[in-house]
Design a protein around this ligand. Structure first.
Ligand code: ADP
Length: 250
């Protein structure tokens, strides 16, 4: 689904991504691991259009998407979530989901004045969709809670929920398990797995928790010093000498 070819991202003379090439197969949950500073987040940012590459190419289903801005990638179904969930804290959980799709009739002034009925109908449909998403994620009891009151893990679930409000094809998850308690981590893991099997989502996730990676991801790609060091099952990666050396070297 995604092919990254010889990608470079330099910050001044520093090569954060230094000729990385990798593929993310359709329907996979691909794990991206590597020691701190390996270039994982920078790679994500380049793929997701947050940073322009210095050189190299990114394609999605064969189409060149190198350097496209995030909103264009969003419309192609490529979404990236952030390490720090960025919800609207004073809005409810349901409202946070309802604002995701954009292009609602209410955005145009003309519509706002003359087409109240249409807007109400759209809002009802969106609210219904939001409630379905919350049920899927087993957080429907939080629908009317202010998003700012959620725990870190619940915010991560909400972030996953936001991807379900649009036609996502591939979702890039940045440390979705970081700082989340075990129970909620299992809920998040279940949601990722179900989105993958039941909704056909492809995932690529940066993660440090090896148990979490081992449970969800195949294949696992290990980066070090801006390059792809190894790719394989979690078992193969854990016993790969170059991977062990990269981790021990930090
Ligand atoms: P990882 O996610 O694997 O920990 P990062 O992609 O965050 O690695 O960082 C890779 C390297 O690039 C790090 O040494 C980091 O300091 C550097 N880096 C990241 N972003 C910038 C930036 N905007 N300016 C300069 N250096 C950066």
């Amino acid at each position: 689904m995604i092919a990254v070819e010889n990608l470079h991202k330099h910050f001044g003379g520093f090569h954060a991504v230094d000729g990385a090439s990798l593929e993310i197969g359709e329907g996979t949950i691909t794990g991206l691991i590597g020691p701190n500073g390996a270039g994982k987040t920078t790679l994500f940012n380049v793929i997701a259009g947050v940073l322009p590459p210095t050189s190299g190419r990114v394609t999605m289903a064969g189409e060149d998407i190198t350097g496209l801005p995030p909103h264009e990638l969003f419309h192609k179904g490529l979404l990236r979530t952030f390490q720090i969930a960025h919800e609207f804290s004073s809005m409810t959980v349901r409202e946070n989901l309802m604002v995701v799709p954009g292009h609602q009739s209410g955005e145009a002034l003309w519509n706002a004045w003359f087409r109240r009925a249409l807007i109400t109908r759209e809002e009802r449909a969106l609210a219904k969709k939001a409630d379905e998403v919350l049920e899927f994620l087993t957080i429907d009891h939080l629908a009317d809670e202010k998003a700012g009151n959620l725990s870190g893990g619940q915010k991560k679930l909400l972030e996953l929920g936001r991807t379900m409000m649009v036609e996502a094809k591939i979702v890039f998850l940045d440390e979705v398990g970081a700082g989340v308690n075990r129970t909620l981590l299992n809920t998040i893991g279940d949601a990722i797995q179900r989105l993958n099997t039941e909704r056909g989502y492809t995932f690529c996730m940066i993660e440090h928790d090896m148990d979490f990676i081992g449970r969800l991801c195949d294949p696992v790609i290990c980066m070090a010093e801006g390059k792809v060091l190894a790719e394989g099952t979690i078992g193969e990666i854990k016993s790969n000498d170059a991977v062990i050396e990269a981790y021990l070297g930090t």
